[in-house]
Design a protein around this ligand. Structure first.
Ligand code: HEC
Ligand code: HEC
Length: 245
């Protein structure tokens, strides 16, 4: 006769535990707890919330370069990825994410993202034995030489003077160049944008890969195409500015 009593007591207590305390007004149950941003450590969530809007789902590219590009990941080491993620890239729309630079992510989360990008998307085996141009160059580019190289290597798709052609759009628009710095242009020439059909440094003229200095020269020429007043519709901004003053 005592057993049912104990049993009922246990049911009663459990019920009180479930529906009494847990449902006390105002007390959140586990699923409703707000997630503390700094506690998220999952790469997919961190990448999805912070990076995919510009760099695409799974690093596939979008407004900004694909990060799942094996050539890019072969020339850029973890220090470069960490620096870009933590501090942003001056002269482009790439924001700084580390709390120390005014962003929302802890240093641990930045490391998590860098490690995840490397682990998921780097494919060193597809480039083994390939002579890659270096990530950056210490020698300045010569834009006169770059202009001739552009005609030989790039205008077949981007048109004369880079103003747009059958196979690819203009890359000398002020609005485009104003949001690019030389290093980012260099990365695009080396790594291409395979997701958009843009070749890497080996594919502009098949069988004739670009050398590091060629890339610097082409970038110098591209950078020299940036108008003095990007975004201004006036044909002679300096003259108009003069008249205003
Ligand atoms: C608002 C858009 C935007 C967001 C969000 C963004 N990026 Fe970028 N990122 C850019 C742009 C723009 C560039 C420059 C190259 C280009 O235009 O494609 C860039 C470049 C980079 C580069 C190349 C840096 C170099 O010079 O080698 C890395 C690495 C990178 N981003 C990582 C990230 C990571 C990781 C996140 C998320 C934590 C992120 N980005 C979020 C816009 C963005
Ligand atoms: C086989 C054709 C082809 C060749 C050759 C080529 N490109 Fe492109 N390029 C493309 C395509 C396609 C895109 C992406 C779509 C577009 O811009 O029309 C592109 C995009 C770009 C972009 C813009 C990327 C962005 O973020 O929007 C730059 C910069 C660029 N190319 C530079 C060059 C330079 C410099 C050369 C020569 C070294 C070159 N390309 C050679 C096809 C080509």
């Amino acid at each position: 006769m005592r057993f049912p009593l104990i049993f009922l007591g246990a049911v009663g207590l459990t019920a009180a535990g479930l529906y009494g305390c847990a449902k006390a007004p105002g007390r959140p149950v586990p699923g409703e707890m707000p997630v503390v941003l700094s506690k998220i450590s999952d790469f997919s969530i961190l990448y999805g919330q912070n990076c995919s809007g510009c760099h695409g789902q799974e690093g596939s590219g979008g407004a900004a370069i694909a990060l799942a590009n094996p050539v890019y990941l072969a020339i850029a080491d973890d220090a470069i990825l960490r620096q870009a993620t933590a501090s942003g890239i001056p002269g482009t729309s790439m924001p700084a994410f580390a709390q120390s630079a005014g962003g929302m992510l802890t240093d641990k989360q930045v490391d998590e993202i860098v490690g995840g990008i490397r682990k998921r998307w780097a494919r060193p085996e597809v480039l083994s034995g390939v002579d890659l141009p270096p990530y950056s160059s210490s020698t300045p580019g010569d834009s006169t030489r770059g202009s001739a190289l552009f005609a030989a290597y790039c205008s077949s798709c981007h048109g004369a003077g880079g103003r747009g052609g059958q196979k690819a759009s203009s890359i000398v628009e002020g609005s485009f160049l104003a949001l690019m710095n030389d290093q980012e242009l260099r990365i695009i020439v080396i790594a291409g944008r395979p997701e958009l059909g843009a070749p890497d440094w080996r594919g502009d003229v098949p069988g004739k890969p670009l050398f590091s200095q060629d890339i610097s020269d082409i970038v110098a020429w591209l950078a020299s195409q940036l108008p003095k007043f990007p975004g201004q519709p006036f044909p002679t901004p300096a003259k108009v500015m003069g008249e205003i003053q």
